[in-house]
Design a binder for this molecule. Structure first.
Ligand code: IVH
Length: 668
């Protein structure tokens, strides 16, 4: 019977892998998403029933692995070189001339070049041994990178197994670029803004940030993708770079389809022009093209400098520019009170769209570039970056515009603006400025914050307009009578809303911390802070230095909290909330804190639970799991077949516990 199930599990894994390659790497699925989900669910069901049959290569096991405190160094077998780059066709001709010279004695005909897109992401190396993905690393400084295997496993277009035996190879290191598709990037930034988190400047930063997260579960949610473009060492049977790419494709990797083999150098040039505008229509950022000598023998003859191969060069596209006039300069109040000057422009068409606004960033930037209202200016637009003013066009007979002065009062609430010492941004510090209030209330009520059902945007607007609500605590003063006086508010809706607001009083400290909308305090930070401090009062009384040394919290969060609690209006608001009965202490949301502050390492396999389950249980009780034994480790849990970690722990005198004792600690 077990044999039958085993066979079915193997069949499912094989089919799912095939469908994943077709869907994620080749963009040509042959079954519907629903049918794919059904296969996946069947596999998950069987694996739950027979956990002993789960293996790391199963498509169900992409997300998981231990969260370590840091990424371990990886020395690259062959250095990960960078590319020499140029912005000019003349320099590209020079490159071709150098190639010709370098190959002087070997040439019998024209040189073939492979031309491909230069993806603007992060270079990574994926190592496969005997067909299994065993290690993934960042480029780092080219010689040494960091081990980010757990995060790379979450990228669906990274195959966990490949049919290497077909190519008669045992070892393969594949190189490629991880990136974030543009629509995912836009969605992510929207959510981050909503959640009071700093948004990413561009998709590349977002991809880099996502790959360096310590929690693969979050990395998985970022929906990263990868294009592979090469291997670290030549495979004997291959003669050209394009053959290498074909092999990678056969193995199930995602190779970009926009690559061309040019019979001679002059055929390269039209591709450069073609992609200059076509790049704006892609669903990912590229910053140029890469031109590579196609023959692997020629590549070997040409060799490399310490930094770059001599057989490849990157042609980069300049950010596209346009000329226009500044009609006016206005100031916007951001959700966190930041005042940003924005130039309103005579509309101008650049890289496929009309630009009518450009950010001027801040006062210093306006002064530095001496930008005035009425000036003619050069505007630049590049990828996902907001258009900016590069410079003013000056010539003898052009009349200069009118100087712009930053306002002294908030354009929304008229309170005095402050530019904190050492900062470049002018801010409205009125926490309840209407420009900020609606968004703050929406955030406060949102599902991951206080989770107040029925409190949507239109009701919030009505509540602000009618002056019933000026801050969070006012929400808790609303009653049936005052609500039914509002337009379009039926008795039933009013009753539901009052109940939902009342229920939110016990949302818990973690949610409340997030709901307050303090800059840089996201959902996860709320949880970490609540676990450490247990009450709002403890946090309020903590010194900034103490906060900053809490695991996962840094100086930015600590400073932001300090600034928040230093304002009397904020502490008064918190006191009001407490008085009304909003829960200010940890009660239900952390299941317990029996293991509070304790650090665990789990080694060997446990009988009663998987490592992932063990990790979840420890963390629910306030403890942490790391993958390596260090001075900070409190307990090493040892299952059957433990590795060297147990020996290390013994030597270091760290307490070793067996599964029985561990289960007692967990109360199971
Ligand atoms: S080949 C030894 N091909 O560009 C040659 N690189 O500026 C190694 N990149 O570190 C690179 N797209 O991260 C190559 N189609 C492509 C690429 C590409 C993007 C990145 C890569 C490299 C950087 C160099």
């Amino acid at each position: 019977m077990l044999k039958e199930y085993k066979k079915r599990i193997e069949r499912l894994r094989k089919d799912i892998r095939q469908h994943e390659t077709l869907y994620y790497a080749k963009d040509s699925p042959v079954i519907s998403d629903r049918d794919y989900d059904l296969l996946m669910r069947e596999l998950q069901g069987l694996e739950e029933k027979f956990p002993e049959l789960i293996c790391k290569e199963s498509p169900t096991q992409r997300v998981g692995g231990m969260v370590s405190e840091q990424f371990h160094p990886v020395i690259h077998k062959a250095p990960m070189l960078s590319l020499d780059n140029t912005y000019s066709i003349d320099e590209l001709r020079d490159f071709h001339a150098r190639v010709l010279k370098g190959l002087g004695g070997f040439l019998s005909k024209d040189i073939e070049y492979s031309v491909e897109l230069k993806f603007d992401g992060l270079a990574v190396a994926l190592t496969y041994e005997k067909g299994v993905f065993v290690k993934g690393a960042t480029r780092g400084n080219g010689k040494e990178g960091e081990d980010i295997t757990a995060n790379l496993r979450t990228i669906k277009s990274v195959p966990l197994t490949i049919p290497m035996n077909k190519e008669k190879i045992n070892f393969l290191e594949v190189r490629g670029e991880v990136f974030m598709p543009l629509e995912i990037f836009r969605k992510l930034n929207k959510t981050r803004e909503k959640n009071n988190e700093v948004s990413f400047a561009n998709p590349r930063n977002a991809a880099a940030g996502s790959l360096r997260l310590l929690d693969p579960v979050i990395t998985a949610s970022r929906q990263l993708d990868i294009f592979v473009y090469g291997i670290s060492e030549r495979v004997n049977s291959l003669k050209t770079h394009s053959e290498t790419q074909n092999m990678l494709q056969r193995l199930g990797f995602k190779v970009n389809t926009n690559h061309y083999v040019c019979g001679c150098f002059k055929d390269v040039l039209p591709y450069i022009e073609k992609w200059r505008t076509k790049k704006n229509k892609l669903n990912y950022d590229i910053d140029g093209l890469v031109i590579k000598v196609n023959s692997l023998d020629f590549q070997k003859v040409l060799g490399a400098t310490t930094k770059f191969p001599r057989w490849a060069v990157a042609y980069k596209y300049e950010a596209e520019k346009g000329e226009t006039k500044i009609e006016n300069i206005v100031c916007q109040v951001g959700r966190t009170g930041a005042i940003t000057p924005v130039a309103l422009l005579t509309p101008v068409f650049i890289s496929g769209s009309t630009v009518s606004r450009a950010t001027l960033h801040n006062e210093d930037e306006i002064k530095r570039k001496d930008i005035r209202i009425g000036d003619r200016v050069v505007i630049e637009k590049s990828g996902e970056i907001i258009p900016k003013v590069v410079r003013v066009i000056l010539s003898g007979n052009i009349k200069r515009g009118v100087l712009f002065k930053m306002p002294t009062q908030c354009p929304e609430c008229k309170s005095d603006l402050i530019r904190p010492r050492g900062e470049v941004i002018l801010r409205c510090f009125n926490y309840f400025c209407p420009a900020q209030l609606k968004e703050r209330l929406l955030h406060f009520a949102s599902r991951n914050a206080m989770d107040i059902d029925h409190l949507g945007p239109s009701i919030i607007e009505q509540l602000i307009e009618s002056q019933l609500v000026r801050n969070f605590s006012d929400l808790y003063k609303l009653d049936y009578l005052s609500l039914t006086k509002l337009e379009r508010m039926a008795g039933k809706s009013a009753k539901n809303l009052v109940e939902a607001i009342e229920k939110s009083k016990s949302a818990g400290l973690a949610r409340l911390l997030y709901a307050l909308g303090v800059r840089h305090v996201g959902q996860r930070t709320g949880v970490v802070l609540s676990r450490h401090f247990h009450s709002m009062l403890n946090l309020q009384n903590a010194k900034s230095e103490e906060i900053q040394f809490v695991m996962e919290i840094g100086e930015t969060v600590a400073k932001s909290l300090e600034a928040f609690f230093s304002l009397q209006s904020n502490t008064e608001e918190i006191a009001q909330l407490a008085k009304i009965g909003v829960q200010m202490e940890v009660k239900g949301e952390v299941v317990g804190d029996g293991l509070f502050g304790k650090q665990f390492v789990v080694t060997g396999s446990l009988e009663a639970l998987t490592r992932d389950e063990a990790k979840k249980k420890i963390s629910a009780l306030g403890g942490r799991v790391t993958s390596n034994v260090s001075k900070k480790t409190d307990y090493v849990v040892v299952g059957s077949d433990p590795g060297s970690k147990a020996d290390k722990a013994r030597k270091m005198g760290i307490e070793i516990i067996n599964e029985k004792k561990f289960k007692e600690m967990l109360g199971i």
